[in-house]
Structures are given as structure tokens and as C-alpha cells.
Design a protein around this ligand. Structure first.
Ligand code: HEM
Length: 465
């Protein structure tokens, strides 16, 4: 007999309101890990008005992700809040609508496009190298995450929008200063028991509105530029060179994709592509500060592959950096930027031993299983070789590793993210030594839709001259 959600164990909250007002949101992912140790890998969180089903068991997470879009949807409150932020795209649409949006977006991010666009994104790496050389020359400590965010926004706009943005060299008012305000606010609103922002607007709400407006303005610029390119070169319609042309052409050909959908998907890409990859790189640099042997092996690989080159100027260079990719996966195992996902059941369903009713809200936490010896040998060790065919460890349960999600809705930007990580890490390690200035133990995790680190500083030293 399947167990009902209301009968599952879970943390005791206060009378009536349950745990609603006692959640420490920036530490929610960690609280869930603690509760999972105490109550097991499936438990109930009493949020007063409803019971949230919380799952950390890898086999169940995989079932939920694979039963989409039919069986489970993203949490409807989250979708609505993202939409209120002017974003209506593949991340937050469901069912048939999602089936129409997904192939258009995914096609523009595929490996074929990355290869074709590499000559446009490679100069972004050159600009980052120049910036880091100046930083090394100055000897001043700096917050490396800022540079990483600028790198990823320039790459995404180049690949997805065919627009050569240059926020690495531009000073002030850059787009990601606005974007930094969007994710945390969405996360805060998702978890607000009462939507106070609908009644009065705080300073943060006002800044959020400005950020959304600014991003819409930017995307409108992208759309005008792409429309002009299509008018001037009608042959591009047959084989759209980047996501933006593909979406515009699809919208013109299909009645059910509107101009709003075009804008919504572009905003989705800008938001999904920037923070996630930059924050992953930022965590990786932080973790490597405690892994001198791994860092040396990565440096050796970068030197072997790049030879005399300063950075990966050819697309093919990146594919050879398997150890660096392994280090990226290890970083994501310890510090996944999306450790939490929110779902809703579309129908009554038995999920292993639990009976899940239609409409049930579900929170999944994806790191808990990744750090268990039952899923990965010596799980507490940072071992890039576990991801290499030749270095496979005896226990290697890939179901317990889902930093890019899973099933039909897995992240379509995965390959682009891995490409960017290989590009940046090989350039960084081939040319610079990185010294962590902020004490390692004083850096904390902070959940704000993505799981960020508290700010930390590094100093770079040139390995030549
Ligand atoms: C290290 C970097 C990244 C991480 C860790 C990451 C992680 C994720 C995760 C966990 C999801 C949810 C998947 C699911 O529901 O199963 C997702 C969805 C998505 N990601 Fe990424 N992502 C990254 C980079 C990117 C990039 C570079 C892009 C594009 C430029 C991108 C575009 C998207 C889109 C459009 C979706 C929605 C897919 C859908 O609902 O069908 N992501 N990502």
C-alpha cells in the first residue's frame, strides 16, 4: 500500500503555519540535506497551507524528470512569477506549448551551431585574457565572478543572438548588473507566503522592474538587428545562423509562436545561459584552490593541447580537454548551481512507495545523493578522473548526478556551458597562477535561485615574463 504524502515523516513546524515562516531560504538546500539525514530521502515539509513533498533519492528524481512534460510540470507559481518578470519561453511553458518551443531553442544551441560560431565567440576569450593580464600586472585582488559573468553574457549573445556584445571591456551599466537583480528576486517571490510585492513595491522590487525593462530593451535591439539581417539576406531563412533568426523565422511561419514568444525565449536564453555557467566557473576556481595536484594536471592538459597558443583559438582544441571537463563535473557534484528544482504532479501517480496526488508540489534536491559513497566511490574526494573512461571508479551512479536536470527537459545549453568552461579554464591555467585571497572557510553557499558563493577575491600571477 503506497504511503500518502501527509503520512510521511518530516520536520515539526509550529502549529497551523508549520515550517512556513522558519525556512532559512538562502540555506534551504543545506536544511534539506540535514532533514534528509534525519527523516530519509523522501519526506514532507509542512508549509501551513499545503504539504511540500521533498525528495533527494536519485531514482525518484530521475523518474520525475523523465515523466515530463506529461506526468510532471515545473511549479506553476514559479512559472507565473517568471512570466510576471516578462519571460515567457521554453523554461516556463508546459505541455504542447513546450513541445513547440523546445526544438527551436535546442537547435540553435546544438554542437553544429557552436562550431560554426566559434570564430565569433573565441575573441571573447581573447578579451578575457587581456583583462586578466591587466589584473595580473596590477597585482590587485579582485572578484573574479564579475569577469566570468561578463564573459558568459558576451558568449551567449554572440551565439544565440549573433550580436557581438562587449561587456568585458565596457564600463558600468552592463546588462548583467541588471540581471543580478532578477534571479534572486524571482527566488524570493517564489518562496513568499504572501505576494506583498503586488500591494507595495520595495526598493528591490523597483530595481527588479528596471532590470526587467532593461533586459527587454536589449532583447528588442537584438530582434531588430536580426530582422534587418534576414531582410538583407533572405537566404538566411533557409538555414538560420543563430537561435534568434531561427525563432523569428519559426514565428513568421507558425501562427502559434508570437512576437512575445520570440522575446520570451531570448530572455530565457540570456538568463539561463549567463548566471549558471559563470557561477559554475566561479565555484570551480574556488574549489581548485584546495586541489593543487588536480590544478597541475589540468594545467598540464591545457599546455599539451594548446602548445604555443595562448588560448583555444580553434574549436577542436576544446574537445581534447577531457580532464578539465572531469574537473568541471566534480565541481558540479560538490557545488551544483541548481541543487533544487520545483515540480507539480499533472496526475495521480505512484512514485515508488509514495502516492502522489494530482497538483502535489514537489521539491527535489539533487546534491544529497551526489555526495554519498553509495553512489560515487570516495565521494568526498575531488577526483576528475572518475569521469574519464580509463579512470572510472568502481561505484559510479550517474542517476545521482543531475546538475543539468534530466529527461526531455534537460538543459539544452549543456554543451555550450561545457565548451565555455573548457575555454576559460584552459586559458586561465595555461597563463596564470590563481591565489585565493579571501579565506577559504569564510566563503559560504547562498541559494538565490542559483546557488552562488558569497563574494571572494583572487589575485592572478602571470606564469611568464
Ligand atoms: C553550467 C551551466 C548550466 C547549468 C548547471 C544548467 C542547468 C540547468 C538545469 C538544472 C535546467 C533544468 C533542467 C530540467 O528541468 O531537467 C536547465 C534548463 C535550461 N537551461 Fe541550463 N544550465 C546551464 C547552462 C545553460 C546555458 C549556457 C544555456 C543557454 C544559453 C541554458 C539554457 C537552458 C534552457 C533554455 C533551459 C530550459 C529547458 C526546458 O525547460 O526545456 N542553460 N539548465
Amino acid at each position: 500500500m503506497a504511503v500518502k504524502v501527509k503520512d510521511l515523516p518530516g520536520p515539526k513546524g509550529r502549529p497551523i503555519v508549520g515550517n512556513l515562516f522558519s525556512l532559512d531560504l538562502p540555506q534551504l538546500h543545506n536544511s534539506i540535506e540535514d532533514w534528509s539525514e534525519e527523516f530519509g530521502d523522501v519526506f514532507r515539509l509542512n508549509l501551513g497551507i499545503f504539504d511540500q513533498l521533498v525528495i533527494t533519492r536519485p531514482s525518484m528524481l530521475q523518474k520525475i524528470m523523465k515523466e515530463r512534460p506529461a506526468g510532471f510540470a515545473r511549479n506553476s507559481k514559479m512559472n507565473q512569477i517568471i512570466r510576471e518578470g516578462g519571460v515567457h519561453g521554453v523554461f516556463n511553458v508546459e505541455g504542447e506549448e513546450w513541445k513547440r518551443h523546445r526544438p527551436i531553442v535546442a537547435k540553435g544551441l546544438d554542437v553544429k551551431h557552436q562550431k560554426a560560431f566559434y570564430p565569433a565567440i573565441e575573441p571573447v576569450l581573447g578579451r578575457l585574457y587581456k583583462k586578466w593580464t591587466e589584473r595580473a600586472d596590477s597585482g590587485e585582488p579582485f572578484y573574479i565572478q564579475k569577469d566570468l559573468l561578463r564573459f558568459t553574457v558576451d558568449v551567449t549573445s554572440s551565439l544565440a543572438f549573433g550580436y557581438p556584445m562587449n561587456t568585458i571591456e565596457e564600463q558600468g551599466g552592463a546588462i548583467q548588473d541588471h540581471m543580478e537583480k532578477v534571479f534572486p528576486m524571482i527566488f524570493k517571490r517564489i518562496n513568499m507566503p504572501v505576494p506583498w510585492y503586488k500591494l507595495y513595491r520595495t526598493k528591490d522590487d523597483k530595481e527588479f522592474d528596471v532590470a526587467v525593462e532593461e533586459m527587454n530593451r536589449l532583447v528588442d535591439e537584438f530582434i531588430s538587428a536580426a530582422r534587418k539581417r534576414l531582410d538583407e539576406n533572405p537566404e538566411l531563412r533557409e538555414n538560420p545562423p543563430s537561435v534568434i533568426e531561427a525563432i523569428i523565422v519559426a514565428a513568421e511561419e507558425e501562427d502559434d509562436i508570437s512576437t512575445e514568444d520570440v522575446r520570451g525565449n531570448l530572455l530565457t536564453l540570456l538568463m539561463a545561459g549567463e548566471d549558471t555557467t559563470a557561477v559554475t566557473l566561479n565555484w570551480m576556481i574556488y574549489l581548485l584552490s584546495q586541489e593543487p595536484d588536480v590544478t597541475e594536471s589540468m594545467r598540464k592538459e591545457a599546455k599539451d593541447v594548446l602548445g604555443d597558443k595562448t588560448w583555444a583559438s580553434a574549436y577542436e582544441d576544446n574537445a581534447k580537454m577531457r580532464y578539465i571537463e572531469g574537473a568541471a563535473f566534480e565541481s558540479m557534484r560538490f557545488k551544483p548551481v541548481a541543487p533544487i528544482m520545483l515540480f507539480e504532479a499533472n496526475e495521480d501517480i505512484e512514485l515508488e512507495e509514495v502516492f502522489v496526488k494530482k497538483g502535489q508540489r514537489i521539491l527535489t534536491q539533487h546534491r544529497f545523493g551526489s555526495l554519498k559513497d553509495e553512489n560515487f566511490s570516495e565521494a568526498s574526494q575531488f577526483k576528475p578522473e572518475r569521469w574519464l573512461r580509463e579512470g572510472k571508479c568502481p561505484v559510479h551512479n550517474t542517476d545521482a548526478f543531475s546538475p543539468f536536470g534530466g529527461g526531455a527537459r534537460y538543459c539544452p545549453g549543456r554543451n555550450l556551458a561545457i565548451l565555455e568552461i573548457r575555454m576559460v579554464m584552459s586559458m586561465l591555467l595555461k597563463n596564470f597562477e590563481v591565489e585565493l585571497i579571501t579565506p577559504y572557510d569564510s566563503v559560504n553557499e547562498k541559494m538565490a535561485f542559483t546557488m552562488m558563493s558569497s563574494p571572494y577575491q583572487v589575485r592572478l600571477k602571470k606564469l611568464w615574463g
